[in-house]
Design a protein around this ligand. Sequence first.
Ligand code: 13P
Length: 252
Amino acid sequence: MRKKIVAGNWKCNTSLQEGVELAKAVNNAVAEKGAKDVTVVLGVPFTHITKVVENVDTDRINVSSQNCAAEAKGAFTGEVAASMVKSTGASHVILGHSERRDYYNETSEILNKKVALALENGLTPIYCCGEALEIREANKQNEFVKQQLEETIFNLSAEDFSKIVIAYEPIWAIGTGVTASTEQAQDTLAYIRSIIAEKFGNEIAEATSILYGGSCNPKNASELFSQKDIDGGLIGGASLKADDFLAIINAY
Ligand code: 13P
């Protein structure tokens, strides 16, 4: 059975103190009420990782960075290497988020290097893909997402690909309050699973967790998560409020 995952992406939000409080609130509620069989991930700013790891039970709460460097180490001022992320006790890294592709010019070439370094260092990449509004309006989302995957994680060996979590986040649904309809999300995730099956075979396709992201909230989460191919969510805004994030975890 593939993993159900609810991952928060705090983006560039919270002071260290606020972040630690938020992480503790999620940790304590999950410790008290459990998270059924949902894998919970907190995608926190680099500056917060160590403290968040110290303040949660990492058997229950997985901690993730939101990026890593495309180089292993060296003279790259301001960068944070995958090995450094791993050394903090984090287990995951969000890669290829549309905000990084669009605002920081992350190309497929750069993402290939980041994915390889994440895997070499034992981090689980949460690999994001998704189309802009004009592509959706032209009904070209499948071709677009296929190309994003073919240029990056479809180059991996089957063994490495099996370690990846995919998050489909249509750009037009991120932070806009416009969620993809359940049908749009399910159809695109089913399509992604079908092209994984073509490339790596059915067994791997059926075992790959594919998340939906984009204005997912406590109201729409359970309908989204009830779909056959939606294995959870990558949550932005709603992951900054412990109650909302917990409600999404409990939406399963
Ligand atoms: P929102 O949930 O705020 O739309 O953000 C989604 C996202 O970008 C998560 O990575």
